[in-house]
Design a protein around this ligand. Structure first.
Ligand SMILES: NC(=O)c1ccc[n+]([C@@H]2O[C@H](COP(=O)([O-])OP(=O)(O)OC[C@H]3O[C@@H](n4cnc5c(N)ncnc54)[C@H](OP(=O)(O)O)[C@@H]3O)[C@@H](O)[C@H]2O)c1
Length: 272
């Protein structure tokens, strides 16, 4: 459920797994106006759905509608997945953290959150999941930079631990000595200007990650790759967050295979 939702690649992902696991089901996009979200979620049970995923702008509002929210969802302040329980009650969870970390594990074997300072750019919903995940994974220092400083400060105060909020002007210097930099802003997305950042202070050994997957290679990732940094795009985060959803809906843990990545990459490339 999203508004809008027709651009979503989730149906392609989940229907691939339906075919792979021989389940007689289907995953459909529902364009739901925010004012209809409660009624739509409550209709899942009578309509026979196992659950749903939530995307912009529903992730926060849905928390106030479902009957129970897990710890990760409560800490992040947003849910990305709803499970319809046998009695018809609704359980909410956030699988974005899992998706972010598992994507790094799969694409960068040996990756560790505590390898050195991590710079995170952006302090929106995606960033909250990234910061929470990195802190849970043992990151020792997270330099959180956002255009609106108050939002970064809010996350640092709420999550505490290794997160230090820094003003937007310091974003270039925040890369000094970093083991990893994550773009969690919307800058570089199709239709948006490129992220305005200089990479000269970023060590060549650092990993550059973007949570954006349209386009697959943002100008930020392209710049990092061209100077020799390893680069990870946001597609794997989307793919991996689907796995715990399937575990909860059907008791199955589907795989993120090269074939599945290829299917999604071809669909995204065809979009241009
Ligand atoms: N791969 C995945 O599974 C996944 C999951 C979640 C999100 N995403 C992607 O991540 C991106 C961000 O999503 P979101 O939900 O976090 O969005 P959001 O909550 O709207 O946050 C947007 C972020 O971008 C910053 N920003 C916007 N315009 C900017 C500009 N001109 N200069 C500098 N910073 C700017 C905002 O800063 P201010 O606070 O100053 O406005 C904010 O930090 C989207 O492209 C989304 O598709 C991917």
């Amino acid at each position: 459920m999203g508004w809008p939702v027709m651009h979503s690649r989730s149906p392609l992902l989940h229907n691939h797994w339906f075919g792979k696991h021989g389940l007689a089901g289907t995953y459909v996009p529902f364009a739901i106006r925010p004012e209809h979200l409660a009624a739509a979620l409550r209709a899942l049970h009578p309509l026979g759905f196992a659950g749903c995923n939530l995307t912009i702008p529903h992730k926060q509002q849905a928390m106030t509608i479902v009957d129970e929210v897990d710890t990760v969802g409560r800490r992040i302040g947003a849910i990305s997945c709803v499970v319809v329980r046998p009695d018809g009650s609704l359980a909410g969870s956030n699988n974005d953290c899992y998706g972010f970390i598992q994507n790094l594990r799969q694409s960068q074997p040996g990756w560790r959150a505590d390898a050195g300072p991590v710079a995170v750019l952006g302090a929106g919903g995606g960033s909250r999941a990234v910061c929470y995940a990195l802190a849970q994974e043992g990151a020792k220092q997270i330099r959180l930079v956002n255009r609106t400083f108050a939002r970064a400060k809010g996350i640092a105060e709420e999550f505490g631990g290794p997160i230090e909020a820094l003003p937007w002007e310091s974003r270039h210097d925040a890369l000094d000595g970093a083991a990893m930099v994550v773009n969690a802003t919307s800058q570089g997305m199709t239709g948006q200007p490129a992220l305005d950042i200089r990479l000269d202070k970023l060590p060549k050994s650092a990993l550059a990650a973007d949570i954006i997957y349209t386009p697959l290679e943002t100008p930020f990732l392209a710049a990092a790759r061209s100077r020799g940094n390893r680069a990870v795009n946001g597609l794997g985060m989307l793919l991996h967050q689907g796995r715990p959803a399937w575990k909860a809906w059907f008791g199955i843990e589907p795989e993120v295979t090269p074939e599945l990545r290829d299917l999604l990459e071809r669909s995204l490339s065809a979009q241009g």
